[in-house]
Write a protein that binds this ligand. Structure first.
Ligand code: TYD
Ligand code: MG
Length: 468
């Protein structure tokens, strides 16, 4: 093992290794190569390159390399572990799958460790030993958090403050946990490599080691990962490819609401979200999501329109705020929080062309209140109406909800789940819902207490908004 380390350059985007530095990697990323020192042994080499196929379950040549008929493959129904947190189970697709690797990312301080200690305690209580390996905090710090968020601490919850992967693996062998947590992958290192913790090759090697533990011992593993300022996962993308689920925990610091979203899930959908409140005693689930992002459900104010999106299997109501104000400098500014910038530009262009509004000398700001960032186009109509309301100074006196996608010709395009949104809007006490005509015509169960207004174009919607 007394080999001299050699220098390689590793791409932070794709993990490609090159003996020379390159300004542009073969994956097309610019300036993504970082220098790393590695000790080149055959075992190390395979560890660095570690292919997902060779250590995936069943991929180790159980069938002697012979292909089998798909329909004869036993469908071992993967039993899932209940994490004791309904919203987490929902995002995972109905619980934690045995032997699965779950990456949980998020900004520092968002509540990743809190969520995990809560899940760890529940699993330890119901399923057996859980091992929490932290490279970030001491055992005392973990205990302090656990005291705060867990009413009781199970005898089966073990902690280890450690950054050395080999020691962590030894602890796994002695504890034989039913659930393992690594907090965080960027603090861990394997002594087989010479590079510093958090470097591309370390993150990749530790990821591979964890995958081997998870798949061979059938232990589900939660791997915490930091994200960079721009929201990218720090470290190589290769870890994302390695794991079964990628979850992202987000929210606004000043707001208590936290959203857990799956970006990849081999065992379920990626459309469900989990919602939590950060409270004194840890994270509390928000079961009734629909109205939780609204501060008031009273009549509108200037520049504010309520809309709804469907997140997984639940409708969520959101307030869109817009402000149009005279531009002082030569060019007009457009600022958007929560709404896609390109989408906003398009909606403003349609308003100018079809509504005859002059926005070229107006700064336009748009914000979705509450920290949820929907990627649905069903908020388009509300964005357009909010900008209209702000520019013209018109307030809708009725309590309305507006949903619909705005097309380039000013037409309103239908959205998914309009009927369910209308029913929920009625339940929340709204008086009217403006939606695309096609959606309104397709409604079978008339919602009670709310008038459904179907419109074909943005101009029609504006007229209805004004009460014409
Ligand atoms: P933490 O789970 O440590 O975040 P992460 O692991 O993502 O870095 O939680 C960080 C914040 O959460 C901390 O600044 C304080 C807040 N918090 C509460 O409000 N209530 C609580 O019960 C706990 C444990 C934390
Ligand atoms: Mg933490």
């Amino acid at each position: 093992m007394a080999k001299k380390p050699k220098t390689v350059f590793v791409c932070q985007e794709c993990g490609y290794e090159s003996p020379r530095w390159m300004g542009r990697c073969i994956c097309g990323a610019w300036n993504s190569m970082v220098e790393e020192k590695i000790i080149d042994t055959p075992e190390n080499d395979s560890r660095r390159r570690g292919s997902a196929v060779s250590s995936a379950p069943g991929g180790s040549g159980r069938s002697g390399g012979r292909p089998g008929m798909l329909k004869k493959v036993g469908s071992a129904e993967r039993d899932r572990i209940d994490t004791g947190i309904g919203e987490l189970n929902r995002v995972l697709g109905g619980g934690l799958v045995q032997g699965s690797l779950v990456l949980i990312s998020g900004e520092p301080g968002i509540g990743k460790s809190t969520l995990i200690i809560q899940a760890a305690e529940n699993i330890a209580r119901t399923c057996g030993p859980v091992l929490y390996v932290s490279g970030e905090e001491s055992e005392e710090q973990i205990k302090m958090r656990a005291d705060r968020v867990c009413p009781e601490i199970s005898d089966d919850l073990y902690v280890l403050s450690e950054t050395n992967m080999e020691n962590a693996v030894a602890a796994v062998e002695s504890v034989k946990p039913r659930f393992l947590i690594i907090d965080s992958i960027q603090t861990m290192y394997t002594q087989e490599l010479d590079s510093v913790p958090g470097s591309v090759s370390q993150v990749r090697a530790c990821g591979n080691m964890l995958m081997r533990i998870g798949k061979s011992d059938n232990i589900p593993i939660f791997i915490v990962a930091h994200v960079t300022k721009s929201g990218e996962l720090a470290g190589p993308k290769i870890v994302e490819h390695l794991v079964d689920c990628v979850l992202h925990f987000s929210g606004e610091r000043d707001h208590e609401v936290r959203i857990l979203r799956a970006y990849k899930n081999r065992f379920g959908t990626t459309s469900e979200i989990g919602a939590f409140h950060m409270e004194e005693g840890g994270l509390a689930e928000i079961r009734n999501l629909s109205g939780s992002f609204l501060e008031s459900t009273g009549p509108g104010t200037e520049g504010s329109v309520i809309t709804a999106v469907y997140e997984g299997s639940r409708p969520v109501f959101l307030e869109i705020q817009a402000l149009a104000s005279q531009a002082n400098v030569g060019f007009a500014r457009r600022t958007s929080v929560g709404v896609d910038y390109q989408r906003l530009s398009m909606i403003l262009a349609v308003l100018e062309k079809k509504q005859g509004m002059n926005l070229s000398n107006q700064d336009v700001y748009v914000n979705i209140v509450g920290g949820l960032r929907p990627d649905s186009t069903s908020v388009d109509l509300a964005v357009a109406l909010a900008v209209y309301s702000s520019l013209r100074g018109i307030v809708c006196p009725r309590r309305i909800v507006a949903v619909g996608e705005v097309g380039l010709t000013g037409e309103l395009r239908s959205i998914q789940n309009a009927e369910k949104i209308a029913l929920e809007a009625g339940r929340l006490g709204y008086e009217q819902i403006i939606m695309p005509q096609k959606n309104a015509a397709g409604i079978r169960r008339k919602p009670s207490g709310i008038e459904v207004i179907g419109v074909r174009t943005l101009s029609e919607a504006v007229a209805k908004f004004r009460g014409e």
